[in-house]
Design a protein around this ligand. Structure first.
Ligand code: SAH
Ligand code: SF4
Ligand code: F3S
Length: 444
C-alpha cells in the first residue's frame, strides 16, 4: 500500500513514527511524501493538552469528508490519544479503522492483515514489554532519536502521560549502545537520548548503569553531538552535571522543566521538588558548565494559582535567567487528578499571565543571544532553504542558527561566527567562507 504517517506531539512520537515507517517498509508498503497520495494514512497522536487533540479531530473530520466523497483510504490512529477513552470515542466517531496505543505501534502488520482478512476494525492497546528490538537509523539522517526508556512513574496531577505511556521501563544498555554505534556508522551527526525522565534511567534495575554512566558511554561512541531530553529536577544529580561538563560532545544545553516557581503550586502539582532545590541545581549547572543554555517548561493558570503564586514563577524566571522556555496554559485533561479535583480558572486570567511570561521570556532570550555576538560556535546545518537565502542549523547550545546558503557546500557540522541575534535566532557566517556571498539582512 502507499502509506503516509502524520506526527503530532513530542520527540518520543517522532522516534515512534520512525519505527512505524520501518515496519511499513519491512511489510512491503511504499512510503509516499504527500498525504493526499496515500492509501493508508496513519496519524501518530498526542494528548498532552487540548490543542493537539483538536488538531487530530479536525484532520480526522477532513478525512471522513474525503472518504464520503469516494476517496479510498484506510485511516489509523496511533500514539497517546489512541490509548485513552477520549481517543477511542473520537476514532469511533470518525470511522477510524486501526487504533494502536503508543506501546502497540509495532502491531501495524497484524492490524493490516486483519483488515485484509475482512475484519472492519483493529485495536491494540497493550504496553509492549519488548524494548530489545534494535531499530536501525534512517538513511541520510543527521539527527538520530534514541529512546532509552518508556513511560513515567511520576504522577504530576495535571499530566496524562503516565496513563498513555504506562510505567517506566528502561531499555537494555547494550541495545542502546548498539543503536548509537549504528548511528555513528551511518554518519548521524547528533543523537538525542529520549525518555519522559531520562535521569531515572536504570534506577529500577540493578544490572543497568545510572543515567550519568549511560550518558558517558554514549558520548564515548564518538557521535559529534549528544543531547538528551527530558530531565526531571528530582533526579538531576551532580554526576550528570559532571558528565556534561567533562565530555566535549555532550551538548551544553539542558532542558529542565520547573512548571511553577511557587511551592504551593508545585505541591498541588505533586512535583517532588521545591523552588530552592531547583535553584540549587541551576546554580551548580551554571558554575560547572561553561556557556550553558538552560530551558524549561512552565504551566500558567494551574487551578488555584494566585497572583502571588504567579509572581513566584516570574521571580524564579529572573533568578534562573532562562535562555529559553516553553510556556503552556494549563489544560484540564479528562481523567487526570487535577481535572477531577480542582476547578479550572477563567481563560482570560490564564491568557493575560501567559502574555506577561512571554514578554519576560523574550527579553531574556534576546539578552542571552546578544552575548553570542562576535563569537564562534559549532553549528549542525540541517537544511538549505529553497525559498530563502539561508541554510538553517542548530548550535551546541540549541540556538537556531541561519547562515547565507551560498556559504554551505554540504550539510553537517560547521564553525560559525555569530553576527546578529534576535530573541529566536542567531545569524552568522561560516568560518573560512566568503562573507559577500549573500548579505545578511538586518534582524528585526
Ligand atoms: N516528562 C516531561 C514532559 C512531559 S509533557 C517532564 O516531566 O518534564 C511536556 C510538558 O507539557 C510538561 O513539561 C508540561 O509543562 C506540559 N503539560 C503537561 N500536561 C499539561 C497540561 N495538562 N496542561 C498544560 N501543560 C501541560
Ligand atoms: Fe507528566 Fe510529570 Fe511524568 Fe513529566 S514527570 S511525563 S509531567 S507525569
Ligand atoms: Fe504528547 Fe504523548 Fe509526547 S501525550 S507530549 S506524544 S508522550
Amino acid at each position: 500500500m502507499r502509506a503516509h504517517v502524520i506526527t503530532y506531539g513530542c520527540q518520543m512520537n517522532e522516534y515512534d513514527t520512525h519505527t512505524i515507517r520501518s515496519e511499513l517498509v519491512a511489510g512491503g508498503h511504499r512510503l509516499v511524501d504527500h498525504p493526499g497520495d496515500a492509501e493508508l494514512l496513519l496519524v501518530n497522536t498526542c494528548a498532552v493538552r487540548g490543542k493537539p487533540v483538536e488538531k487530530v479531530v479536525s484532520l480526522l473530520g477532513e478525512l471522513r469528508k474525503q472518504k464520503r466523497q469516494g476517496r479510498d483510504v484506510t485511516v489509523g490512529m496511533m500514539g497517546c490519544l489512541a490509548q485513552l477513552e477520549e481517543g477511542r470515542a473520537i476514532a469511533e466517531k470518525f470511522g477510524v479503522e486501526i487504533l494502536l496505543g503508543p506501546g502497540a505501534i509495532t502491531d501495524i502488520g497484524p492490524a493490516l492483515d486483519a483488515l485484509r482478512g475482512g475484519q472492519e476494525r483493529y485495536e491494540s492497546l497493550r504496553f509492549k514489554t519488548d524494548l530489545e528490538t534494535l531499530i536501525p537509523p534512517a538513511p541520510d539522517a543527521l539527527t538520530g532519536f534514541l529512546t532509552i526508556m518508556r513511560g513515567c512513574d511520576h504522577h504530576c496531577t495535571y499530566c496524562i502521560v503516565p496513563t498513555t505511556r504506562g510505567p517506566e521501563v528502561s531499555r537494555p544498555v547494550d541495545v542502546i549502545l548498539a543503536e548509537a554505534q549504528a548511528m555513528r556508522d551511518t554518519g548521524v551527526q547528533e543523537v538525542v537520548l529520549l525518555g519522559q525522565n531520562v535521569n531515572s534511567y536504570g534506577l529500577k534495575d540493578d544490572g543497568l548503569p545510572s543515567f550519568a554512566e549511560l550518558l558517558r558511554l554514549v558520548a564515548q561512541i564518538g557521535i559529534p553531538r549528544v543531547k538528551f531530553t527530558t530531565s526531571h529536577p528530582m533526579n538531576f544529580t551532580s554526576d550528570i552535571i559532571d558528565v556534561i561538563a567533562d565530555e566535549p560532545n555532550v551538548c551544553s544545553f539542558i532542558h529542565l522543566p520547573v512548571q511553577s516557581g511557587s511551592d504551593a503550586v508545585l505541591r498541588r502539582m505533586a512535583r517532588e521538588y521545591r523552588r530552592e532545590r531547583y535553584l540549587d541545581i541551576v546554580r551548580e549547572i551554571r558554575a560547572k558548565v561553561e556557556d550553558v543554555v538552560i530551558s524549561t517548561d512552565l504551566i500558567v493558570g494551574f487551578p488555584g494559582e494566585t497572583e502571588a503564586d504567579f509572581d513566584q514563577t516570574m521571580t524564579l524566571f529572573d533568578e534562573v535567567a532562562y535562555e529559553h522556555a516553553y510556556m503552556f496554559i494549563y489544560s484540564a485533561r479528562p481523567g487526570t487528578p487535577s481535572a477531577e479535583r480542582f476547578e479550572d480558572m477563567p481563560r482570560e486570567v490564564k491568557v493575560e499571565r501567559l502574555q506577561r511570561l512571554i514578554d519576560k521570556q523574550k527579553r531574556y532570550a534576546f539578552e542571552a543571544n546578544q552575548r553570542w555576538l562576535g563569537r564562534e560556535t559549532r553549528v549542525l546545518i540541517r537544511e538549505i532553504q529553497a525559498d530563502s537565502d539561508y541554510a538553517v542549523g542548530s548550535s551546541d547550545q540549541n540556538h537556531t542558527v541561519l547562515v547565507p546558503k551560498g556559504q554551505i557546500q554540504r550539510l553537517g557540522v560547521h564553525r560559525v561566527t555569530v553576527e546578529q541575534a534576535t530573541p529566536h535566532t542567531l545569524y552568522g557566517t561560516v568560518a573560512g567562507a566568503r562573507t559577500d556571498a549573500v548579505p545578511l539582512v538586518m534582524a528585526s
